[in-house]
Design a protein around this ligand. Structure first.
Ligand SMILES: [Zn+2]
Length: 52
């Protein structure tokens, strides 16, 4: 894989960017349950926009 594909929905948030990185690393290790956990945490992380 020459380069990662940054997810525009999470890269503006340092916390979610870190989670996205952990998700990729977990998948690379075959730790899919941890990868799912990371995705859930990203989806639930409040950013003050998108929902009022
Ligand atoms: Zn976030």
């Amino acid at each position: 894989m020459p380069q990662e594909t940054p997810d525009p929905t999470v890269t503006h948030c340092a916390h979610c960017a870190q989670l996205a990185r952990e998700e990729r690393e977990a998948e690379a290790r075959g730790d899919y349950s941890l990868a799912v956990d990371c995705r859930v945490l990203i989806a639930r992380h409040p950013h003050g926009d998108g929902s009022r």
